[in-house]
Design a binder for this molecule. Structure first.
Ligand SMILES: CC(C)(COP(=O)(O)OP(=O)(O)OC[C@H]1O[C@@H](n2cnc3c(N)ncnc32)[C@H](O)[C@@H]1OP(=O)(O)O)[C@@H](O)C(=O)NCCC(=O)NCCS
Length: 173
């Protein structure tokens, strides 16, 4: 089994968007409505938007393949707070979850954060997403606060903000 992590390229965005829908449909029914799933996927995974993000110097997208097949992806970005990186998206193919792929992708973000001189990694996760909260706790994140953000069209993101302090040598820990 050959596992490889590489930056997402413009040629990959359709496959990323397809995997995003697959994972969202496996994860969010029962947590948010189908209308909100469709709304958020349309907001976040339009190929032109993804291609634009790939050109930003403050946003990083990485993908993990197993034997050449896309199995997961992660994105992270610098926030307005100095020294802080946000793990913005982390999605693993449901058929390949609980095999350590999520952990590998978090390690990749930790490496990117350290390379960018960051001391803190943050993320937002839906309060009902117990699977992800458990995975993030295992990765050293702790809940800092509860937020409810209006994302338009009558939808809200009812999230926990989770934080992981970083230190040199944190990658892979
Ligand atoms: C969250 C996610 C990225 C984790 O990826 P993964 O490849 O399964 O994670 P890993 O295999 O590295 O680690 C899994 C660990 O998380 C925890 N975990 C994962 N799923 C769990 C579940 N259903 N119940 C309890 N703990 C769970 C466990 O601690 C597990 O370790 P273990 O398998 O040794 O017990 C993956 O579940 C996913 O893609 N979920 C859907 C999308 C999502 O919710 N993304 C986060 C949005 S904020």
């Amino acid at each position: 089994m050959e596992v490889s992590i590489s930056p997402v390229t413009a040629a990959d965005v359709e496959a990323i968007a397809t995997l995003a829908r697959l994972v969202w449909q496996d994860t969010y029914p029962g947590i948010i409505s189908q209308e909100q799933i469709d709304y958020m996927l349309a907001q976040r995974y339009q190929p032109p938007l993804l291609r634009e993000e790939l050109t930003s110097p403050h946003i990083w997208w990485d993908q993990l393949t197993v034997d050449g097949q896309l199995a997961g992806f992660v994105s992270c970005l610098l926030t307005a707070t100095a020294g802080e990186m946000k793990l913005d998206k982390l999605y693993v193919d449901p058929r390949r979850q609980r095999l350590g792929i999520g952990a590998r992708l978090v390690d990749q973000v930790v490496a990117r954060a350290l390379a960018a001189g960051c001391q803190t990694l943050i993320l937002a996760v839906n309060k009902g997403n117990e699977r992800a909260i458990a995975a993030y706790r295992k990765q050293g994140f702790a809940i800092r606060e509860s937020v409810c953000v209006d994302i338009g069209c009558g939808f809200v993101m009812d999230d926990f903000i989770m934080v992981r302090p970083l230190s040199a040598g944190a990658a892979g820990s």
